[in-house]
Ligand binder design. Structure first.
Ligand code: ZN
Length: 309
């Protein structure tokens, strides 16, 4: 299968500060792992900058202008909340992270790739319409979903999210719109506090909660028994994946016990769903993952599965 790898060096220049877990080395180790010869078949593409109009499909223009107006000098930082920090390079990184996610959609819709992996940062799934949050500035996956509808006329778009944290931003953006589906497995209770099973939107939100300490069995059951059946019932025209690897047992930010191999298993399951409903069209967007070794191994297995499946 033809798989696009979409990234940009500007995403390495977003610097939330020394000791911040969402560090440039996260992306560095992922890209280094993808230099292995088994990844030579990847179609390597450069993420474009999102336009303000494209961001405006999800965020109010005043929010887009406010974020893009924050322009710290080199070496300076501006904190938007306790976790979310902008540096000199953040503006371009955020534009290319959102633009890369949309390019992934274009790749699978134009047909020059069957699947895409968007290796960018900052991540996006905590950014709400009006609020930056949890290391996230723009809601990259949701922006890609809206792009698929606006640019390509797709009726039904699903975002599924296996990051260990609940994607409160994606849920916030999707909850009232039955043309969009959001399904997430996440540790609960945990940051950001949302994602109870009772949060169901207009019947288009599925939150599968996992107790701290849950491992492979509970993780796979959440997908097999809760999220994938609902996703099948929704029957998306495109599947977007918020791919965070911080449910891994080695991750320092949460307490799940997911193994590297579980990410390969889930990737295969999601590819099968995409084959059933939408000609295999699947766009995966990097979210979290904070143990560098586990992140690199898990992301590499994810992309290898996308290539070989
Ligand atoms: Zn996370």
């Amino acid at each position: 299968m033809t798989v696009a790898l979409i990234t940009h060096p500007a995403c390495l220049a977003h610097d939330p500060g020394e000791w911040h877990p969402e560090c440039p080395d996260r992306l560095r180790v992922v890209l280094r792992a993808l230099e292995h010869e088994m990844f030579l078949p990847l179609l390597r593409e450069t993420a474009p900058e999102a336009t303000e109009d494209q961001l405006g499909r999800v965020h109010p223009p005043s929010y887009v202008a406010a974020i893009l107006g924050i322009s710290p000098a080199p070496g300076e930082h501006v904190s938007l909340d306790a976790d979310t920090v902008m540096s000199h390079g953040s503006r371009e990184a955020a534009l290319r992270a959102a633009g890369g996610a949309m390019m992934g959609v274009d790749a699978v819709m134009q047909g020059w790739a069957h699947r895409a992996f968007v290796a960018t940062r900052p991540p996006g799934h905590h950014a709400e319409r009006h609020t930056p949050m949890g290391f996230c500035l723009f809601a990259n996956a949701a922006i890609a979903a809206r792009h698929a509808q606006a640019q390509w006329g797709l009726a039904r778009v699903a975002v599924v999210d296996f990051d260990v944290h609940h994607g409160n931003g994606t849920q916030d953006i999707f909850a009232a719109d039955p043309s969009l589906f959001y399904g997430s497995s996440h540790q609960y209770p945990c940051y950001p506090g949302t994602g109870a099973a009772s949060e169901t939107g207009v019947g288009n939100i599925v939150n599968a909660t996992l107790a701290p300490g849950a491992g492979s069995g509970a993780f796979r059951a959440a997908w097999r028994e809760r999220i994938i059946p609902a996703l099948d019932a929704f029957a998306p025209d495109l599947l977007i994946v918020s791919a965070g690897f911080d449910a891994h047992k080695a991750d320092p930010l949460a307490q799940l016990r997911v193994e590297t191999e579980d990410f390969g298993w889930l990737t295969q399951e999601l590819m099968t769903v995409a084959d059933r409903h939408c000609g295999g069209r699947l766009v995966s967007v990097l979210e979290g993952g904070y143990d560098l070794e586990a992140l690199a191994a898990s992301a590499a297995l994810h992309v290898r599965t996308l290539l070989l499946g």
